[in-house]
Design a protein around this ligand. Structure first.
Ligand code: ADP
Length: 254
């Protein structure tokens, strides 16, 4: 279980608190959606959980690992991150995905690392691109490779910052169903942000609604009401039920 308690962070010494007493818990096997307007602090929270930013107050644990004091290797064995902007080295798709195994192998990858890489390339429908240089891929293909690399890491916690931004509808559905499968079958906790609120509603087990560095609402899909969404996003939405499932319709599509 991921447990974040009273986490605060600011970029400049006397600057504003960008994370202001954040509390968040996420069980293994759950998909948690971190939602909020641009600038709410979502990426900063992800980066703090990943050890890329040092909080000025608070604690973070994953199961029995203290995320504030553990080594980079320990963290990499447990947590994978797919950032919004992906940077790759000059490697093939195969080697990029295999590099997700680095925290697990010592000096050189073994047959298990290769088998895991091949299985994930197949599941993500990337086998045909395996020998291509990642730098020659389209934005959406690169994003799929980044996600494949994160899955190859076999993390216990997967952090996705807007993972579907560059993807077409087919690939978006492929990625999101892979994410759901990883959570449900492998018991991975997934913490992610997505822009599309309706997509978020259908995907999430828990919701963390963030505004100005604070998590204002936490809970299951029942917290996603019209007034709460209006408060968090400063935008009007309608919630309608289709075949017994709630959907969020944004004003411009009404
Ligand atoms: P979100 O991911 O929700 O869009 P961010 O975490 O990127 O929000 O940003 C939260 C706030 O922190 C914003 O006001 C942003 O301008 C500020 N911020 C982000 N990165 C930096 C940085 N490197 N230095 C100073 N301020 C930053």
């Amino acid at each position: 279980m991921l447990e974040v308690c009273d986490l605060s962070f600011r970029y400049q010494k006397r600057g504003p608190l960008v994370l202001d007493g954040v509390n968040l818990t996420l069980e293994r096997g759950e998909i948690g959606l971190l939602l909020g307007r641009n600038g709410a602090g979502k990426t900063t929270l992800f980066q703090t959980i990943l050890g890329m930013q040092k909080p000025e107050r608070g604690s973070m644990r994953f199961d029995d690992t203290n995320l504030l004091t553990c080594s980079r290797r320990e963290r990499a064995q447990r947590i994978a991150y797919v950032p919004q902007r992906i940077r790759f080295g000059a490697l093939t798709v195969y080697d990029t995905v295999l590099s997700g195994r680095i925290a697990h192998f010592g000096f050189a990858p073994g047959s298990e690392d290769r088998a895991i890489t091949e299985r994930i390339l197949e599941e993500m429908q990337l086998l045909a691109l395996a020998e291509r240089d990642v730098e020659t891929l389209s934005g959406g293909e690169r994003q799929k490779v980044a996600i494949a690399r994160a899955l190859a890491q076999q993390p216990q916690l997967l952090v996705f910052d807007e993972p579907t931004g560059n993807l077409d509808l087919y690939n978006e559905q492929l990625i999101l169903s892979e994410a759901r499968r990883a959570a449900k079958e492998r018991g991975i906790a997934i913490l992610m942000s997505v822009h599309d609120l309706d997509r978020a509603l259908s995907l999430g087990d828990r919701f963390f609604l963030m505004k100005n560095g604070k998590i204002r609402y936490t809970g299951g899909p029942e917290i996603m009401t019209e007034p709460v969404i209006r408060e968090i996003f400063d935008a009007n939405v309608r919630i309608i039920s289709i075949d017994g499932k709630n959907h969020i319709i944004t004003e411009e599509t009404l």
